[in-house]
Design a protein around this ligand. Structure first.
Ligand code: UTP
Length: 292
């Protein structure tokens, strides 16, 4: 396992997105459009920026628009080319050229751990990253790139982590951890608690939807029993992994938006629209003129 490189990124995208109903009744949550592109494209671009060359999307029923989105659209390209719309043609083409993308089905939404397990054969015996497409991380160095750099030092599993104030930590997986002596962004994980009751949290360090995992995680997922909600929880499998290997938390630089939640999605829309290089200046001017 020494000096393994991260080449593959897994995107669990087979969930039901119930928090975002009715929008997600017939449209996959991962295809909700944030400013001008679907959520999943932000994640795929982040994985590519981190050096991943193979993207594995775990899908389920009703998710085929995701495959169409990343596929070449011959009719659209021919139509834009015929009209000499070269800038738009470039946008359409660039999406299908982002990376090699493969799809694997999760027949039933049996939990995040189960979704990751669906990628076992395609990932094989190498470390890989997992990105939850509804966590959007806005950062000057893409979050997963920061994590891959840390992995290149540790060669151990790394969990993206953020400090969450007060009892808000009760909505997250929480790390029992100590700062690492060598890298101020790394946290040595001793234990993990899923959704701790208020006042019982071992720290304010929450786990977010960015992971680098060693391939032993598959064996751990296969060994756990369904936890909360009858689902195979990835957190339980990572806890089991702790018995065999070092696991680190990683305090990334950047700002995360929970775009799988309506309120989080609205905030992400405004912040990312303001930062958008083409749309931002006009949107900012328009916002200033409003008397809401
Ligand atoms: P979430 O819990 O945020 O997604 O899982 P969800 O279940 O779709 O949404 P809600 O809570 O009902 O609104 C995080 C990610 O894991 C995927 C989801 O698609 C999402 O991207 N997931 C979750 C799976 O792929 N399979 C599952 O069985 C569960």
């Amino acid at each position: 396992m020494s000096h393994m490189k991260i080449r593959k990124a897994v995107f669990p995208a087979a969930g039901m997105g119930t928090r975002f109903l009715p929008a997600t009744k017939a449209t996959p949550k991962e295809m909700l459009c944030l400013v001008d592109k679907p959520l999943i494209q932000y994640g795929v671009e982040e994985a590519v920026a981190a050096g991943c060359t193979e993207i594995i999307i775990v899908t389920g029923r009703g998710k085929t628009t995701m495959e169409d989105h990343f596929d070449k659209s011959a009719e659209l390209e021919a139509s834009l080319a015929a009209k000499n719309k070269t800038a738009l043609l470039e946008i359409a083409r660039s999406v299908s050229k982002l990376a090699k993308i493969v799809y694997v089905r999760q027949p039933e939404a049996l939990g995040l751990g189960h979704a990751v397990l669906m990628a076992k054969e395609i990932v094989g015996n190498e470390p890989f990253c997992v990105l939850l497409p509804d966590d959007i991380v806005d950062a000057s160095t893409p979050c997963m790139k920061q994590m891959v750099e840390a992995f290149n030092e540790t060669q151990s599993s790394i969990l993206g982590s953020e400090v969450v104030e007060g009892d808000a930590i009760s909505a997250y997986g929480c790390l029992d951890c100590t700062p690492d002596a060598t890298n101020p962004r790394l946290l040595a994980v001793k234990n993990m608690v899923e959704k701790p009751a208020p006042g019982t949290q071992p720290s304010q360090n929450a786990i977010i939807g960015r992971y680098i995992l060693t391939p032993r995680i598959f064996e751990m997922i296969e060994g756990i029993t369904p936890g909360a909600g009858g689902e195979l929880q990835l957190t339980d499998a990572i806890k089991a992994l702790l018995q065999h290997e070092k696991v680190y938390g990683f305090s990334y630089e950047g700002k995360r938006h929970d775009a799988g939640d309506k309120q989080g999605f609205l905030r992400a829309t405004v912040e990312l629209a303001l930062k958008h290089d083409k749309l931002g200046p006009d949107f900012r001017a328009w916002l200033k003129d409003q008397s809401f």
